[in-house]
Design a protein around this ligand. Sequence first.
Ligand SMILES: Cc1ncc(C[n+]2csc(CCOP(=O)(O)OP(=O)(O)O)c2C)c(N)n1
Ligand code: SF4
Ligand SMILES: [Mg+2]
Length: 255
Amino acid sequence: MNDSQSLLPPNRKVATALAPLQLSGEHHLCPGCGHPVAWRLLLEAISELHLENKAIGVVGHGCYTNIVQLADIDFLQCLHGRAPAVATGVKRVHPDAAVFTLQGDGDVASEGLAEILHTAARGERITAIMLNNGVFGDTGGQMTAASVVGQRTKTSLDGREPEAHGYPVPVADLIASLPGAAYVARGAVHNAGSIAKTKRYVKKAFEIAAQGDGFTFVEVLTMCPTGWFLPTADGPDYLEGTFEKTFPLGVLKGG
Ligand SMILES: Cc1ncc(C[n+]2csc(CCOP(=O)(O)OP(=O)(O)O)c2C)c(N)n1
Ligand code: SF4
Ligand SMILES: [Mg+2]
């Protein structure tokens, strides 16, 4: 029995149990938000790989950043979009650490595209994770470079139109094209099968980075029913019917 299981009172549902390395189940994210599911699989992956004493996370700014208060892992928070650059420094100073970044699509695709592409091109042996919900969730649901065509956001109320707003940037595909990238995958958290696969992708990314083979990247499609103007329960279907069409799931490189 591990620590999280021992915290369970009798007859409590498994879904309410804390993940390994999770200090609290309290957070301010909206009902139906996909980020906490991604946090959970990340913490499970780190625990199953026994990296809890080697993991150092670097985060930017967004709804996902709340993980730093809930997880028993060392984190640094840095300027919006700059996590891959900061993680580069951390990894070079601590070459044996399992250095990872956790960023949103606004952080990566809109504000920090140069940082992640250069970090991948340099082949830095870190694991970068992007939680892609297609909006700047934390600031109210504005369009990002990863919003999909037709998506309603606070700044594209009639839906994203290519003529006015351009097309979404497929960050994972760009990274996969770079020789410095050793492993690239795209998962999602809208159903049990996708969650299980995404955890495998994250574990693989940590393993390949530890082998020293190069930069590793996992994009995770997550639900933001608030930013998508949807009832909470409709998030998973919208992700599958809309996001997954633009950003197909699977391993793009390596593994
Ligand atoms: C340089 C800078 N620009 C803008 C902001 C405002 N800001 C804080 S969080 C955020 C949204 C982040 O969106 P995303 O990375 O997609 O994460 P999400 O909230 O969707 O999880 C923005 C724009 C900031 N903190 N710093
Ligand atoms: S605004 Fe979106 S990303 Fe932020 S907590 Fe709410 S559902 Fe999650
Ligand atoms: Mg976002």
